[in-house]
Design a protein around this ligand. Structure first.
Ligand code: EPZ
Length: 422
């Protein structure tokens, strides 16, 4: 398995362009199954998760052509088949359950493996399943597989018991072809959901309330394929701003959507960094005095849980005490043990981490446990003295396009070595 070797202590400087959003591209790629014909998606990031979801929809009958050099994905859909989406595919990428919406909407049946838990939590999909039941589907679970059946999904009023990005996306994809009107309440307001909704409106869907907690969808008989540019990845954008912050450098992110990361840029301003924004760029530089801060992860527009680990890495280098509360997932502190190996001082109390800044992080051999925990270790290594070895970097390949190339272009001393220890 490949490893990263990173020599820290260099201030990152320069511009980095942001890739398309993984968490918008995944549901949009699946939504292309809702119509026959050819969908053309641009600004699709070249990531492991994208390659996995392409495998999933090809399993169901789609034909895909991904030009990774141009970040353009063409998807041709004719007949759709409810081939049982196997556990191996779903366990590597939970977003595979998104196929339930289009399969139920177009085929009236969906057999999909129940995703297991993952490093950051149990991550059940009960809200997805109750939503489809509210729309008239019958759901059985047999030998770890979801067997969903519905003559034709019918519009329903469905309040979600808690905000769920995935359930909002999945149920929207079922509702657009349902008979009648669906009102989803307590919806996710993440920009990725808005991008998915905008794409389906281009296909002919009738959707109101995108970006609010109440989405109303009037089912239509048929949708047509569309072309779409995937929005910029707000989590990648935030990660590079935090890389500039932790190295006390001068970094500008371009081709970004500053409005999607206001909770992060506000927190960085509170700490003492100077932040300059234009329509599609954000520049970060250190201010005169830096101090710890308090952050609580929340559904959008609150501070994103996917930036909790990278933000904690920064906090380990700030003077004084910082506090970060994780309110979305029950086990999203797997990076803390590895940060401690690099000299970080973090005390955990349930879902609260109290971070006491240290003068300097030190190098160590560490291991990624999931995508965003991995990003936190890369950031910490950029600030640590001497050379850090990071293992299991396939985790970061899932969500960060050309990570080592982009960091090297900013002046980081990072080498990807093939075939390191597992
Ligand atoms: C999406 O996951 C993202 N993944 C995650 O990003 C992100 O962390 C998460 O939203 C929160 O923003 C994709 O978009 C592919 P949820 P999702 O449903 O949809 C509970 C990354 O690093 N819940 O909003 O799975 C759940 O356990 C990934 O890119 C239920 O209880 O998240 C969690 O505690 C990691 N029942 C909370 O809701 C359900 O049916 C929020 O989960 C669904 C969710």
């Amino acid at each position: 398995m490949d490893i990263y070797r990173i020599k820290g202590g260099k201030k990152l400087k320069g511009e980095v362009s942001i890739s398309g959003a993984k968490n918008a591209a995944l549901p949009i790629i699946v939504a292309s199954l809702l119509a026959e014909g050819e969908t053309v998606l641009k600004n699709v990031p070249d990531l492991m998760d994208i390659k996995t979801i392409i495998k999933v929809i090809e399993y169901l009958g789609a034909k895909c052509d991904f030009d990774t050099a141009k970040n353009t994905l063409k998807i041709r859909v004719n007949s759709l088949r409810n081939a049982e989406v196997p556990y191996d595919l779903v366990k590597t990428m939970r977003a595979s359950v998104y196929v339930m919406g289009p399969l139920l909407a177009r085929c009236g049946e969906a057999d999909v493996s129940l995703p297991g838990g993952c490093a950051i939590g149990e991550r059940p999909i009960d809200i997805h399943l109750s939503g489809f039941e509210a729309m008239g589907a019958t759901i059985d679970i047999e030998h770890g597989y979801i067997k969903a059946r519905a003559e034709r999904l019918a519009g329903a009023q469905f309040p979600m018991r808690q905000v769920s990005v995935g359930a909002t996306a999945n149920l929207m994809m079922g509702a657009v072809l349902a008979k009648g009107t669906t009102i989803l309440e307590n919806c996710a307001m993440e920009p990725d959901i808005v991008d998915l909704g905008n794409f389906m409106v281009k296909m002919g869907a009738k959707i109101k309330g995108l970006g609010t907690e109440r989405i109303t969808i009037e089912g239509v008989k048929k949708l047509s394929p569309a072309s779409h540019n995937i929005m910029p990845d707000r989590i990648e954008a935030g990660t590079y701003l935090l890389a500039g912050a932790i190295t006390r450098g001068d970094v500008a992110i371009t081709k970004a959507a500053p409005g999607d990361i206001e909770a992060l840029t506000a927190a960085l301003g509170d700490i003492g960094f100077s932040i300059d924004k234009t329509k599609d760029t954000v520049r970060i530089r250190p201010g005169k005095v830096l101090a710890g801060t308090i952050v609580r992860t929340l559904p959008h527009p609150g501070f994103p849980t996917d930036l909790q680990a990278p933000m904690m890495a920064l906090m380990t280098t700030l003077p004084g005490i910082s506090v970060i509360m994780e309110t979305i997932f029950e086990n999203r502190f797997t990076h803390v043990g590895e940060l401690r190996r690099m000299g970080a001082d973090v005390t955990l109390e349930g879902n609260v981490a109290v971070v006491r800044g240290v003068r300097r992080l030190t190098s160590a051999t560490v291991m990624m446990s999931d995508l965003r925990a991995g990003a936190a270790l890369v950031l910490a290594a950029l600030a640590a003295e001497n050379g850090t070895e990071i293992r299991r970097i396939y985790h970061s390949d899932r969500g960060y396009e050309k990570l080592s190339e982009k960091l090297s272009a900013l002046g980081a001393d990072i080498i990807r070595e093939e075939g390191g220890k597992p």
